[in-house]
Design a protein around this ligand. Structure first.
Ligand SMILES: *[C@@H]1O[C@H](CO)[C@@H](O)[C@H](O)[C@H]1NC(C)=O
Ligand SMILES: *[C@@H]1O[C@H](CO)[C@@H](O)[C@H](O)[C@H]1NC(C)=O
Length: 534
């Protein structure tokens, strides 16, 4: 009997040991951190060793930075959504078809900033459990910094730089053209609901020899940076300080005038009283004398009044002039700011993308004014003597020495024109239906989107002309049209910088390249092949 009982116990123990042994497992995963790019879907690997089935186990995924709730739970063959951290709602899943082979990896979709942290993969069977911890780093490169002009501040120009969508927290620096850090205000950093960082910082810049300033936003851990350069025409600085001084002087002058006038009025009253007394005393004996005195006093008071009157007029006139200058300056700043906004928001950051839309433009001799000389290959045009041989074909510019390209375009297109050595030109695009027999300012209203050089002045022919303050004289001009977006932009090809853009235009018909070499020189406008290595 005893022997039989012992046997039985041994069998039971052996059975128990066997059961426990078959459930024993290790949970494994990657030891290196996982770098997840914001917006991507990632897999957090986790598996059992040996590769037994996890179908009957509880699989918990936890983010250790959150004490409440979990990322995901699988239990009793079901997904348990109670206690899920809201950030993970709808973004997590297991590979249920892989559980039977011990694969308990988690799929996380649309990675966001709040996903960074340490994740524990915790697996529990009836009588055994184990876990593994994985580190996840989230990488998000933010937007190209947007620089805006805030106007004159404390004797300099106030600028603001802003960039969003970073992870981890970035750093912002303002640099001058030599790469020297400029001292700026404190950075303002915000974290949005998805855990991405927005950074902005104000700076006041003083005039330098180049007036180029760079806002750089960088993140050293992910080794990324984005920057935007801005060029401020020195004219904007030139006016700033004297204008402010002039206003102060005028203010003082105005104050002096007002005080002066008040004093003068006060004097007149006093004199009158005094004269009245005198008159009373001397009334009977010195009638004539007192009269004379009145006259002389009046003259004296009048002089003072006249001086102050003149001073007053002077102040008004000068103030008017200054207000006009200030208005001019403000409107220039506004144009600059709006163009800057354009570059910031719509212009694709690399000029190379634009150049990929290059098209082959050839001049259409049928449209050329009779005093234009076109090269054989139709790539060059210059001003010359009136050609008596050419007849009026009804398609020609008759009153205006211009020529069009031979093909019209819609969609995105780009071409480059060499203007080197020229003192006058107008370039851009026009509707084919423009009036070729009349000379007019080539403005959008009339179907023209053009840029002009004349008398050393660059003008964008917007509905009211915009004088451009260009530091560098372009030697080669790039014309880019985005038909859908309604944009016509001009670029300085050598400097790879933006000159001017017409925005919010409505195009209904194909646009034709437009060329006017001007009459003041005989240098050719040359359509150049767009060379990617240029
Ligand atoms: C489990 O692992 C063994 C040995 O490592 C392998 O031969 C087998 O194919 C694996 N089974 C599954 C279902 O992945
Ligand atoms: C688990 O399954 C997923 C989906 O099939 C796969 O991508 C992943 O590599 C598997 N992980 C392991 C550790 O086998």
């Amino acid at each position: 009997m005893k022997g039989a009982q012992l046997d039985c116990l041994c069998v039971t123990l052996l059975h128990l040991l066997h059961t426990a042994g078959s459930e024993r497992f290790e949970v494994l995963g990657p030891t290196d951190p996982i770098v997840a790019v914001a917006g991507d879907d990632i897999i957090l690997p986790c598996y059992l060793k040996p590769n037994i089935s996890a179908e009957d186990m509880t699989v918990d995924w936890l983010n250790l930075d959150f004490t409440d709730g979990r990322v995901y739970r699988y239990q009793n063959h079901r997904i348990i959504r109670d206690d899920q951290i809201p950030y993970y709602g709808g973004r997590t899943s297991l590979f249920e078809e892989e559980l039977w082979r011990g694969n308990t990896s988690l799929k996380l979709t649309r990675v966001q900033g709040t996903d960074e942290g340490r994740y524990k993969c915790f697996i529990k069977a009836k009588s055994w459990y184990d876990d593994f911890t994985i580190q996840v780093l989230v990488k998000a490169v933010g937007s190209k910094p947007v620089v805006s002009i805030e106007g004159h501040r404390e004797g300099g120009m106030g600028l603001l730089c802003e960039s969003e969508g970073w992870h981890p927290e970035p750093e912002l620096v303002w640099l001058d053209s030599k790469g020297v850090h400029l001292s700026a205000g404190p950075p303002e950093i915000h974290r949005d609901l998805k855990g991405f960082y927005t950074i902005k910082q104000h700076v006041i810049v003083q005039e330098t020899d180049t007036n180029r300033f760079t806002c750089r936003v960088q993140q050293s851990r992910i080794n990324e940076k984005m920057e935007t350069e801005i060029h401020l025409p020195s004219e904007l600085f030139d006016y700033a300080t004297p204008l402010r001084m002039a206003f102060i002087v005028l203010f003082c002058l105005g104050a002096v005038t007002v005080i002066g006038l008040a004093l003068a009025i006060y004097c007149i009253h006093n004199k009158k009283d005094y004269i009245k007394n005198e008159k009373d005393v001397l009334k009977k004996e010195k009638d004539k004398e007192s009269q004379r005195e009145t006259i002389s006093t009046s003259v004296h008071v009048n002089d003072v009044l006249t001086v102050f009157h003149l001073l007053y007029i002077f102040t008004v006139v000068i103030t008017g002039k200054l207000v006009k200058v200030e208005k001019d300056l403000t409107s220039k700043l506004e144009i600059l700011a709006s163009q800057l906004d354009f570059v910031n928001t719509n212009w694709s950051p690399d000029f190379e993308t634009i150049r990929r839309h290059a098209v082959n433009v050839t001049l259409d001799p049928d449209t050329a004014h009779r005093n234009l000389i076109l090269s054989e290959d139709g790539k060059q045009v210059r001003h010359g003597e009136l050609n008596p041989v050419l007849s009026d074909n009804g398609k020609r510019f008759t009153n205006w020495s211009c020529v069009l390209g031979n093909v019209g375009f819609s969609g995105k297109f780009y071409y480059e024109v060499k203007v080197e050595g020229k003192t006058e030109w107008t370039l851009g695009v026009v509707r084919k239906s423009i009036d070729m027999n009349e000379r007019f300012r080539p403005i959008p209203n009339k179907g023209c989107w053009t840029l002009e050089l004349e008398d050393g002045k660059y003008t964008a022919h917007a509905d009211s002309p915009v004088t451009l303050l260009l530091r560098e004289k372009p030697q080669k001009v790039g014309v880019f049209v985005d038909y859908e977006k309604g944009q016509v932009s001009f670029y300085n090809v050598e400097d790879r910088c933006h000159i001017y853009s017409f925005t919010s235009c409505t195009f209904t018909k194909k646009l034709y390249p437009f060329f006017n070499p001007g009459g003041s020189d005989s240098v050719s406008l040359v359509i150049c092949p767009v060379d990617a290595t240029d």
